[in-house]
Structures are given as structure tokens and as C-alpha cells.
Design a protein around this ligand. Sequence first.
Ligand SMILES: Cc1cc2nc3c(=O)[nH]c(=O)nc-3n(C[C@H](O)[C@H](O)[C@H](O)COP(=O)(O)O)c2cc1C
Length: 216
Amino acid sequence: MELDEALRTTFSCREWTNDPVTDEDIEAIVDLARFAPSGGNRQPARIVAVRSTKGKAMIRDAATPAARVYSAQVAVGEAPWNTINPTTVDVAGLWDADEPVDHLGYFDAAPVVLVVGVDLSVVASFDSQLDRVGVISGASIYPLVWSMLLAARGRGLAGVLTTTPSGMESDVQQALGLPPHVAVAAAVALGRPVKQITKLTRAPVSDLLRYESWAD
Ligand SMILES: Cc1cc2nc3c(=O)[nH]c(=O)nc-3n(C[C@H](O)[C@H](O)[C@H](O)COP(=O)(O)O)c2cc1C
């Protein structure tokens, strides 16, 4: 597949056939993704492939509180979990509510969930002293995660990058044997797509790009 086509058509897939994702598929995907850049070439990724019913349910349960808050914020017109504008929803109450979130069934349905950890003991987090949420640590892991999705596309597979399980990160770390300094950066639910979407909704270049300055 042409790179341009893969870049334009790698969509977020949440519905899969019953076809298995083999160890060979997973290893081929990771083999390509490992060439992604990371700060200082420190290569901080630690990936756990989860196929068991119990393991996938654990990931879904870990995602549930954050997803519940997310849905409530969307319902009142907020940009969920943003760190700039205070929320009007009862985060603590929603977090502790004992209600499932229906749409998270894709974790259970996925043939495999690839949990991607980032070893923070080797990542240079240059913005750690700034008075805002950290973003730079992610730059050493998300290129690899996106390369995994592109590599999957090249093999006729598709998935969805999720971050909601990190809301209950310590549960995921404990269940998967990841030490506390390996942050849970993403859980990628993956399989063979029921249908391939080729037209993605994205803003035009003019919305994203200015020359020399953002000010008009
Ligand atoms: C950082 C990040 C977190 C995401 N978290 C979730 C998630 O928890 N659940 C989910 O269903 N999709 C998640 N997505 C997928 C987005 O919803 C998706 O990329 C977006 O809606 C565009 O969809 P499309 O690529 O199919 O057009 C996430 C994507 C990113 C980049």
C-alpha cells in the first residue's frame, strides 16, 4: 500500500471480524513500529499483547470511570478532560458511580488489545517544570503507537488508540506486571475490520497551518 493512502485511510476501528490476530501479525506490527523515533533514541516502549477474556475485561474496567466522566462532559457540551477550562460535572461522583459504560464493549470484542507502556525512567520530559499538563513525554511513545496502526493497516488490520484505561493506571500496571515507572500510554484494540472506512473527517490544512506566526 502507498504511504499516502495509508496516511489518509487509517481510521479508528471498533468493530472486527472473528479472525484472530496472530502472534506473527503482532510481531510484524511491532517490528515496523519499533523504527519510530523517540527522544535520544531511548526506545521507552513496553508492549503487552492481551488476548484473554479476563485481561480485556480488566482493561475495559480500567477505562470505565474516565469514560463515564468523558461522556458526561460531552453531554453538557464540554471538551472532555481538558486542563484549561474547569468542568461543571461532578467528576468525583461520576468516577465512583457503579455503572458500566455501554460503548466500551469494543475492548471485549477486540481479538487483541496491545497495551503500550512508556518507561518514564528513560524519557526526557522537557516540559516537566512548566505550569501545565505534560505533553513532551508522549512524543517518545505516540509516534510508535501510530506506526503500529499504520503497520496494521498495511496488513489489512485496524484498531483504535485509546487512553481511557490510563485513568486507572495502577490497576493496569498491576494486572500486566508493569512497574510503576512504566506509564500506560495507550491501549490499542486491534483486529480485522468489519468494514474499511476510507473517507475520514478532518479539518482542512488552512485550519492547522500558518506561516511564520499564528497571528493573522
Ligand atoms: C489520544 C487519543 C485517545 C483516544 N481515545 C479513545 C478512546 O478512549 N476510545 C475510543 O473509542 N476512541 C479513542 N480515540 C480515537 C478517536 O476517537 C479517533 O481518533 C477520532 O474520533 C477520529 O476517528 P477516525 O480516525 O475514525 O476518523 C482516541 C484517539 C486518540 C488520538
